[in-house]
Ligand binder design. Structure first.
Ligand SMILES: [Zn+2]
Length: 389
């Protein structure tokens, strides 16, 4: 019984001792920290403070002064060079990193790190060939992955799609497969071949794009264009229609082409019905204009207007209302007509400003669709239909 009591009491009795030990340990640690802090020059903190204030100019000046006192500091030299680059002072960044590279202490991983920074400086300064040479040389070391990512971006910029594919394949791993990018690079090759009417090469690259990403709608669009250009209109219809299974949102991009491929086989009505069917199933598709125009040709004004009005009512939006007012204008009471016309032009102006394609990644807006976002350089991030932004 006595023993058990001691087992309970002992920790309680020793509690103040534990507290004292903790307090002592903390004091010793704080002393070490303060000692270390005193050995860091005040300019370092001023530079850090300037960075927090987003004043990179002041940060660079303060850091440069610290380096004057401690010229051997590898990390600080590396960082100051990066800071210069970030500020667009590429010459200073290149000189800084070049000098660091020549230091006898810059060996092994340190050397690779500096070379990588130097290559980035060259890339920023537009000296892409020099950057490429350095990145190529870094492919066997610790910086291989980062170097290859930069190489891939250089080859995309140069529109050297074969090399971009090679790099994307090297970079591919389980978590990031680059299948979107690889498919798009093959599509770029296919598109170029199609422009030159080089159909076999175009077909080969479309196939490779679909192997990389079977949901690549762009590959099917190009395949449809190849078939159309070669006069295989039924095959063109099949290629365009297959987009419904891949990602129906892209169907509006082939609406007119699909109709033309039907029309070339003497099946205009079938083509029109397919487009109307798409819009009834997927009201977000931007197909109303092509449906109205083709209906007008095939069935005349009354029926075309009726079809368009029904589709607008199904999913009213700004462009639908604009079209609706245009259709209703001729039947309107003269007292209303002028005002309705005025409303329509107000909506038309608004439409120009606020209905656009938008990058889902960086929210860049444009009246033109891009497969490759010019702002963030990502692929397939644009909405395939114009949206209210
Ligand atoms: Zn973007």
């Amino acid at each position: 019984m006595d023993n058990e009591l001691w087992m309970i009491l002992l920790p309680i009795i020793l509690l103040p001792v534990f507290f004292a030990m903790g307090w002592f340990a903390a004091r010793v640690d704080m002393k070490t920290v303060l000692k270390q802090a005193k050995s860091i020059p005040a300019g370092f903190y001023r530079s850090l403070d300037a960075l927090v204030d987003r004043n990179s100019g002041r940060a660079a000046r303060e850091l440069a002064e610290v380096i004057d006192q401690q010229p051997q500091s590898y990390e600080l030299n590396l960082t100051l060079g990066k800071l210069y680059r970030q500020r667009g002072e590429n010459d200073k960044a290149i000189n800084m990193h070049q000098a660091l590279l020549e230091s006898p202490d810059t060996v092994n991983e340190k050397r690779e790190r500096v070379l990588f920074e130097l290559a980035e400086n060259y890339q920023n300064a537009g000296l892409v060939d020099r950057a490429e040479q350095i990145f190529l040389g870094l492919q066997d070391g610790d910086m291989a992955r980062e170097a290859r990512q930069h190489l891939m971006s250089i080859y995309q910029q140069d529109r050297d799609w074969e090399k971009a594919i090679e790099l994307a394949q090297l970079l591919s791993h389980e978590e990031q497969t680059y299948q979107f990018e690889i498919a798009q690079f093959y599509c770029e090759l296919a598109q170029t071949a199609l422009f030159k009417s080089n159909f076999d090469v175009a077909r080969y690259n479309v196939q490779k794009a679909l192997e990389a990403n079977k949901k690549c709608t762009r590959a099917n669009m190009i395949l449809g264009d190849i078939e159309f250009k070669q006069g295989n209109f039924a095959a063109a219809v099949d290629a365009y229609s297959a987009i419904e299974q891949q990602n129906h949102a892209y169907l509006s991009m082939v609406g007119e082409k699909l109709y033309d491929a039907y029309a070339a086989q003497g099946k205009k009505e079938e083509g029109l019905n397919q487009l109307i069917g798409y819009m009834q199933t997927f009201p977000d598709l931007d197909l109303i204009n092509v449906i109205y125009e083709k209906s007008l040709l095939l069935k005349g004004e009354t029926e075309a207007a009726q079809t368009a009005v029904e589709l607008v009512r199904q999913k009213p939006d700004l462009s639908g209302v604009y079209r609706l007012l245009g259709l209703k204008l001729s039947d309107m009471n003269p007292t209303w007509k002028a005002d309705a016309d005025m409303m329509r032009s107000v909506i038309g102006r608004q439409l120009q400003k606020s209905v656009m394609y938008r990058c889902r990644n960086c929210h860049f807006k444009s009246q033109v669709f891009f497969w490759h976002c010019p702002a963030c350089n990502k692929w397939e991030t644009f909405t395939p239909n114009k949206i209210e932004v």
